[in-house]
Each structure stands twice: as C-alpha cells, then as structure tokens.
Design a protein. Structure first.
Length: 265
C-alpha cells in the first residue's frame, strides 16, 4: 500500500487537477490511498478533496512540514508519497515509486513547471543543479515529488514543524542517517509556475531560509514568514543586520537626493 499525502490550504483552483491525476494512476486503486491534510481552508478545498480523496484530515501540527507529518501519522501504507496540491502527477508516478521503494528507502525525480518561460527555465536549471550533490549521496527531495518508506520515515524523525525548507530538512535527515535514496528521471511531476512570477524574491526567500536553518538556527523564522507572492525584497532585507544596513543606506541616499532636488527647485 502506498499512502499519498497532499497538504492543502485554500487550493480550490488547483487541487482538483492534482487529485484527478492521482485517481488516474496506472496501478490499481486498491494499492494506494489519498490523504489530503487541510490547513484551515476557507474556500472549497475540503469539499473538492472529499470527492476524490480517501481521507481528508485537519492539520494539527504547524507548518507545511507539520501537515505532511499529520498525513504520515494517518497513513496505512508501507510507502509514503508526498506531493503538493498545485501539482499534477504523471500517469505512472505511483508505479515508478512502487518500483523504486522496493529497492531503495527513498526516491525523488524531476519537477517540471507546467508553463514554460525564462523564469521557469532559470528556476528549473537551479533545481537541476541540486543533482550534483548526488555524487556524495545527498539527494534533495523537492516537496512536490518525494517518497519514503514509512519505517525509514519514522526512524529519521519525519518532517519537522516548519514551512520553509521542510523538504531540505527531510533530505538532510535521510543523508545523515545513511538512507539509500535514488533520483529516478521517470518519477516525474508537473507543478504550478506561480512561484516563479517573483523569481528574485523566491531566490532570496530560499537564501533567507538556508541562513536561518544553517547559520542562525532560528527555526521560528522557517515557520512564520510571508508567502513568496506576498513578500518583497525589502521584507527579506529587514530580517538581518546586513540587509537593514543596505536599506538604511538606500534611505539615506534617497533623503539626500530629495534634499538636493528641493534646493535646486
């Protein structure tokens, strides 16, 4: 049995496509279950999910990582497959996962953006560069396309209660525990391009996450942070001393320019 876990929060415009693709897999429906973990949606997310999912549960732990953890706790399968509500799964996604997890403890594969643009190509190339780490047996499992044996998941402690870098955190746990992970080009998913509309902000957000994860170890900031589509470069710069110095310098320059213009006019 494979348990597919889909965290969701106000995903009514997207989640039906995701769940339809999960119900149209190449393996028998009796071989897997679909679990949607709702984080308090106020739109039609839950009513849509109830039409397609085997279980729709309420999130109780904080963060996207907490939602994935809640789904794993409600799961019956020996394999846990994680994806996102704005992602469409290839027809044989679960078949490939089933094959991979017979031989390995965890697996991942390509995450392709549904809409092609310069931004998606840049982000795609950035993410593909993660594969260079495979040479040292570090596999970056992107949240929309990851699968782990349930016993391995429990042994390494599962997802942490964070939102930003919850997938990186799980990848590090697998690596540090010496888990056998594989990247399979056939384990393909198609995800929304909406995060690429503010690519610079997205990149700075990821950098901000790695800083707080690896350097400051301020995990509260990995839980409570503005969404990428709501965040500005100014928001990110305000979060650290160097960034605040940059903002202060820019502010001083603006004030000097305004004073000069008033004197001239």
């Amino acid at each position: 049995m494979i348990s597919v876990i889909v965290p969701a929060l106000n995903e009514a415009p997207q989640i039906e496509y995701c769940l339809r693709s999960l119900n149209d897999q190449s393996i028998d429906k009796g071989c897997y279950e679909i679990i949607v973990v709702d984080g308090g949606s106020v739109d039609q997310t839950c009513s849509i999910a109830e039409r397609y999912a085997d279980k729709v549960i309420v999130q109780t732990d904080p963060g996207i990582g907490g939602a994935r953890r809640n789904g794993a706790e409600a799961a019956s399968g020996r394999v846990l497959a994680f994806t996102d509500a704005d992602t469409i799964l290839y027809h044989n996604w679960l078949e490939v996962i089933n094959r991979n997890l017979r031989r390995h403890e965890a697996s991942t594969g390509p995450v392709i953006f549904q809409d092609s643009s310069i931004r998606t190509e840049l982000l795609g190339a950035w993410r593909r560069s993660y594969n260079l780490l495979n040479i040292i047996n570090f596999y970056y499992l992107i949240g929309s396309n990851m699968a782990v044996r349930s016993d391995t998941y429990r042994r390494i402690g599962g997802h942490s209660n964070i939102s930003l870098l919850d997938d990186y955190d799980l990848s590090r746990k697998l690596f540090r525990n010496g888990s056998d992970t594989v990247y399979d080009p056939e384990q393909t998913v198609y995800t929304s391009s909406r995060r690429t509309t503010k690519l610079l902000t997205y990149g700075l957000t990821v950098a901000y996450g790695h800083y707080n994860y690896l350097v400051a170890k301020d995990y509260e900031k990995l839980l409570n942070y503005p969404k990428v589509d709501e965040m500005t470069v100014r928001d990110i710069l305000k979060e650290n001393r160097l960034g605040r110095n940059v903002l202060d310098s820019v502010g001083n320059i603006q004030s000097s320019l305004q004073l000069t213009i008033r004197k001239i006019t």
